[in-house]
Design a protein around this ligand. Structure first.
Ligand code: FSO
Ligand code: SF4
Length: 546
């Protein structure tokens, strides 16, 4: 195996024996074969596109397959083998349809022609492509190809949440296919791949806008909300991940059952949506960011439902109360599959909760959030006034991911040391590094404004663009907004590319720069966009405020 797609890649170079995330070699290789298969399907889909033939099934298959390979989403080798078999059959169906319509397919790449009947043959193929990343010898080309693939993985994840709410954008699917095929093209120059990277960012903006519209269209605009972090004395289900449609179905099905529902990790912002407030068993948020789940699942006592990453390989005794759905999976954990109408039956999870104890309290109190674009626009007068009067000197966008590395203590320290006339704009699980610090408020505006999940970084961009308009500036970079972003996995990659596409400069990215950036590609990002790594809190504060 060779994997270097996340911030925790071993030794700052890549995982080669087993993932730091817990991904075994066999699964890593199958994930690479999954991507290989998706490239082949995209090759055929592209041929179809030339003849104006669309393959809706392939669009959805590709979206889900990409999502399954995101860090901490799916550790189940059997699920990958099934999915790959499904993909090979789909690819052959697509070819048949094309040939029936008179499209001649010549000289197809191996990704579009390989086949395997048995599980053993699939595993053998997986082992042969399992270091596929390194097969691209030129390190700059490899770096750009992988940067594009990781961006597209994040894009697919967001597209799938929107799709679950009935919202799609065919152009996004077309781009995903185009991008995957481009990573097979040895004739593309580094400059062309750089251009494609920026184009990935454009579709990153589009997909986040699509998901924002899907979420707010279905559940209303997030509004200022106090979220309880304590517990009640009923049995309960803990729901994690980002999928609001899954949450809605769980809430409906738990009504009147005596079972409560709590959010974990990235599901916290669900509390900000008006539509979920009517459920009186939707009690609060339990615990912190994804990487603390082992301890927190121990004390939660009830069943846990994963709707997306981040899954940490569970303790053996927790496996029987962990359920997965959507793109997620872990060997031994029950999978809840949707029917053709997208309906999921969570009765087994709810019945399971009834047999177990109520959660053990680990903290008490409340956290405040709900500052997505509409809520901030509603407060715009107050915010603009505070900036004009000098009460707010600067905003710090501290969006992104949390992670287990000690070096991330930096973000807690940075938030705590920020001058009192600054405001943090956050989104994603990065917020858990400082959302319980009680940083106070400025004239009634909390000093930590949480817009929501990592995809709601879109809101932060919309807010910045609005402020640019209000202050009549020519460039988004003239605003008193600084960017100190933490990344972990591939959704953060698409968020970053989206910000670059919108023209945001001088982003500080940490706790370490992606190891998949070759020195030359990193240099381009530094020179073109001013991207830079973190140093230490005091020096960085001086650089930002100086
Ligand atoms: Fe966090 Fe995990 Fe949302 Fe990521 S839960 S790390 S960027 O999956 O998706 O912010
Ligand atoms: Fe390593 Fe990250 Fe890949 Fe897991 S996802 S194998 S931790 S680089």
């Amino acid at each position: 195996m060779f994997c270097y797609q996340c911030q925790e890649a071993a030794k700052g170079t890549g995982c080669t024996i087993k993932g730091v995330c817990g991904k075994p070699e066999e699964v890593a290789n199958l994930q690479d074969l999954m991507i290989y298969t998706l490239k082949g399907i995209s090759v055929v889909a592209q041929e179809g596109a030339k003849a104006d033939i669309k393959f809706k099934k392939a669009d959805h298959y590709t979206m889900n397959g990409l999502f399954m390979t995101i860090t901490n989403a799916n550790f189940d080798d059997a699920m990958f083998i099934e999915k790959i078999k499904e993909g090979l059959a789909l690819r052959e169906e697509m070819k048949k349809e094309l040939s029936d319509k008179g499209v001649v397919l010549n000289d197809l790449h191996d990704t579009a022609t390989w086949s395997a009947e048995s599980d053993a043959a699939i595993k053998a193929k997986a082992d042969s492509v399992g270091v596929g990343v390194l097969a691209t010898e030129n390190e700059d080309v490899r770096s750009l190809r992988e940067l594009i693939i990781y961006g597209v993985k994040g894009m697919a994840a967001y597209a799938e949440h929107a799709y679950n709410l009935g919202k799609e954008n065919d152009e996004i699917y077309r781009f995903i296919a185009k991008a995957l095929v481009a990573t097979l093209d040895d004739t593309l120059s580094a400059d062309e791949l750089v251009a494609l990277t920026l184009e990935t960012g454009k579709y990153g903006v589009d997909v986040m806008a699509l998901l924002d519209g899907a979420n707010t269209g279905a559940y209303g605009n997030p509004e200022i909300t106090e979220v309880n972090i304590g517990v009640r004395n009923n049995p309960a289900v803990l729901i994690s991940g980002h999928d609001l449609k899954d949450l809605e179905q769980l809430l409906k099905q738990t009504q009147g059952s005596g079972v409560d529902v709590y959010t974990h990790g990235e599901m916290l912002p669900a509390h900000y949506y008006p539509a979920f407030k009517k459920y009186d068993n939707f009690v609060g948020n339990y615990g912190n960011a994804w990487w603390k789940q082992k301890e927190e699942f121990e004390t939660f006592n009830g069943p846990i439902l994963f709707t997306t990453n981040c899954i940490v390989p569970p303790k053996a005794e927790h496996i029987e109360r962990i359920y997965t759905t959507g793109a997620t999976g872990y060997p031994g954990c029950k999978v809840i599959v949707a029917d053709e109408k997208g309906v999921k039956d969570f009765s087994e999870v709810i019945e399971h909760a009834k047999r177990l104890s109520a959660p053990t309290e680990i903290e008490t109190g409340k956290i405040v959030g709900g500052f997505a674009h509409a809520q901030v626009f509603a407060l715009a007068d107050k915010v603009v006034e505070a900036v004009k009067s000098g009460a707010i000197k600067k905003f710090f966008v501290m969006a992104g991911c949390d992670g287990r590395m000690k070096s991330r203590d930096y973000y807690t320290e940075f938030a705590a040391k920020l001058p009192k006339d600054t405001v943090i704009l956050t989104a994603g699980c990065a917020k858990y590094r400082y959302n319980k610090l009680n940083l106070g408020d400025i004239a009634g505006i909390p000093r930590v404004l949480d817009a929501g999940q990592c995809n709601d970084s879109y809101s932060l961009a919309v807010i910045a663009l609005k402020l640019k308009e209000v202050f009549e500036l020519n460039d988004i970079n003239e605003l008193p907004i600084a960017y100190n972003i933490a990344w972990y996995e591939q959704k953060a990659v698409i968020v970053l590319l989206a910000l670059l596409y919108l023209g945001v400069k001088n982003i500080k990215l940490g706790p370490t720069l992606p190891v998949f950036l070759s020195p030359n590609v990193a240099k381009i990002l530094v020179e073109t966009f001013g991207i830079n790594g973190i140093n230490n809190v005091d020096e960085d504060l001086e650089q930002f405020l100086g």
